[in-house]
Design a protein around this ligand. Structure first.
Ligand SMILES: *[C@@H]1O[C@H](CO)[C@@H](O)[C@H](O)[C@H]1NC(C)=O
Ligand SMILES: *[C@@H]1O[C@H](CO)[C@@H](O)[C@H](O)[C@H]1NC(C)=O
Ligand SMILES: *[C@@H]1O[C@H](CO)[C@@H](O)[C@H](O)[C@H]1NC(C)=O
Ligand SMILES: *[C@@H]1O[C@H](CO)[C@@H](O)[C@H](O)[C@H]1NC(C)=O
Length: 362
C-alpha cells in the first residue's frame, strides 16, 4: 500500500498554494458581489435588441463618398437624473430647419424619478427602453449599447452617434457641430482625414479618446482577476478613454455586434476602486477592430485637474463665464471641442444668460 509521506503532502500543498492564488478568482465567485452583475433575463432581452440592430442595419452609410445632406447625428443621452440642462439643449436643437438633421434618444435609469418631458420638449417621446445603471459596473456599457442599437434600428440616416450625459453642455450651435462632423475640411487637425486636393472628405472617423498609457492600467486590467481577460484581450491591447464619444455608423454597428469582448467586460470586478469598465470597453474594442478609423481624441472637454475619486472637476455657477466657454473650446486636436462636462445643475441659469452670445454664436 502506498502511503504518502507527511513531507510529500506538505510539499504538494505548498506547491499548490500559488496555483490556488492564481486560479481563485476564476474558480470562486466573489464573496461580496457588487450590485452590478447583469441578470440573465436582462442579458437575453438586450441580446435580442442587439441582434435586430446588427442584422437590419446598413453598415456604412458614411463611406468615402461625400455625405448626403440628409445624414443625421444621433444624440444619445445617458442619464440617471433629470436632464438638468434641457432648456439649453432645447435652444441648441430648436431651429426648425434642423429637424431633419438629428435624432435624440434618452436612456434614463428607471429607478430615478425623472419627470416626463412636456409635449413641447425636444426630449418628449425620446426615452428608450432602459434598465438600471450603477457606477463601477458593466451596466453603463450595456446602457450605451442599448442606445446605439435603438438608434441604429430607428433611422438608417443616423450617421454619427454622440454619447452625452446630464452633466454635458453644448459649446457651439447645432450648425457648427453638424458642419464640423460632416462637411468641414479643416476641423480635424490630423489632416489624413481629408483630401484637400479635391476638396472632399475621404474618410469619416470616430472621435474617441484612446490611451495606451496610464499608471492604473494594469490594476484596471486585472480588476476581474489576473487571467480573466485573456485570450480575447491581451494586456497590450487594453486601452482607456472617455465613454463620451462620437462614433460613425460602422463603428456603432461594430459595438452592437460584439460578443467576444462583452463576454469579458461584463464580468464583475473584485474591487470597486479599479472598476471603470465603460472607460475601457469602447476604446479597447474599436482600436482592436479598426485602429485607422479613429481620431484617438474626444470632442467633449473635461477638466481632470484636482480629480476626486474618478470624478472630474464639476463647474459651479460662480465659474460660468464666456471666458470659461472659450477655454473649454480650446483643443490641441481639432478646431474646437464641441461639448463639455461636468456642470452642476444650478449652472443652468448662468449658462442660459450667456448662451446666445458665448455658446450659440460661432
Ligand atoms: C421615487 O419615487 C418613489 C415614489 O414616489 C419613491 O418611493 C422613491 O424613493 C423615489 N426615488 C428616488 C430615487 O427619488
Ligand atoms: C501608444 O500611443 C502612442 C501615442 O498615442 C502611439 O504612438 C503608440 O504607437 C501606441 N503604442 C501602442 C503599443 O499601440
Ligand atoms: C479646472 O479645474 C480647476 C480646479 O480643479 C480649476 O482651478 C481650473 O481653472 C479649471 N480649468 C479650466 C480650464 O476651467
Ligand atoms: C495642448 O498641449 C500642450 C502641450 O502638450 C498642453 O500644455 C496644453 O495643456 C494642451 N491644451 C489643451 C487644451 O489640451
Amino acid at each position: 500500500m502506498y502511503r504518502a509521506s507527511p513531507f510529500l503532502i506538505s510539499f504538494t500543498l505548498l506547491l499548490s498554494l500559488p496555483l490556488l492564488y492564481l486560479l481563485a478568482p476564476r474558480v470562486f465567485p466573489p464573496l461580496f458581489p457588487l450590485p452590478d452583475t447583469i441578470s440573465p433575463d436582462d442579458e437575453l432581452d438586450d441580446l435580442s435588441l442587439l441582434r435586430r440592430a446588427s442584422i437590419s442595419s446598413t453598415a456604412s452609410r458614411l463611406s468615402s463618398s461625400s455625405p448626403h445632406p440628409s445624414f443625421k447625428i444621433a444624440f444619445l443621452f445617458l442619464t440617471h437624473t433629470d436632464l438638468h440642462f434641457s432648456p439649453l439643449w432645447h435652444r441648441f436643437f430648436r431651429n426648425h430647419r434642423h429637424r431633419s438633421l438629428f435624432n435624440i434618444y434618452v436612456h434614463a435609469d428607471p429607478s430615478a424619478n425623472i419627470s416626463t418631458p412636456s409635449p413641447g420638449s425636444v426630449f418628449h417621446g425620446r426615452f428608450i427602453h432602459s434598465k438600471r445603471t450603477y457606477r463601477a459596473s458593466p451596466t453603463l456599457i450595456a446602457a450605451t449599447r442599448r442606445l446605439l442599437a435603438t438608434a441604429l434600428l430607428d433611422d438608417p440616416a443616423n450617421a454619427y452617434f454622440t454619447v452625452l450625459s446630464q452633466y454635458c453642455i453644448p459649446l457651439h450651435s447645432f450648425d457648427y457641430v453638424y458642419r464640423s462632423l460632416f462637411t468641414s475640411l479643416t476641423f480635424d487637425h490630423s489632416a489624413a482625414a481629408y483630401s484637400t486636393q479635391y476638396g472632399v472628405r475621404l474618410q469619416y472617423r470616430s472621435y474617441i479618446e484612446v490611451l495606451n498609457k496610464s499608471s492604473s492600467l494594469w490594476k484596471r486590467y486585472t480588476a476581474r482577476g489576473r487571467y480573466s481577460m485573456i485570450p480575447e484581450v491581451p494586456f497590450e491591447k487594453f486601452r482607456v478613454g472617455s465613454q463620451f464619444f462620437s462614433l460613425t455608423r460602422g463603428h456603432a454597428l461594430a459595438v452592437v455586434r460584439d460578443r467576444s469582448l462583452w463576454k469579458k467586460f461584463k464580468l464583475p470586478c473584485y474591487s470597486e476602486e479599479s472598476c471603470y469598465p465603460e472607460e475601457h470597453y469602447f476604446p479597447t474594442l474599436l482600436s482592436m477592430k479598426d485602429p485607422r478609423g479613429l481620431t484617438y481624441y474626444t470632442l467633449t472637454a473635461v477638466n481632470w485637474t484636482g480629480t476626486v475619486k474618478g470624478h472630474p472637476h464639476t463647474y459651479t455657477p460662480s465659474e460660468i463665464s464666456p471666458q470659461l466657454i472659450e477655454r473649454l473650446r480650446a483643443s490641441n486636436h481639432s478646431e474646437s471641442h464641441l461639448f463639455a462636462r461636468k456642470f452642476s445643475p444650478d449652472c443652468l441659469e448662468p449658462l442660459m444668460k450667456i448662451a446666445s452670445k458665448a455658446i450659440f454664436q460661432d
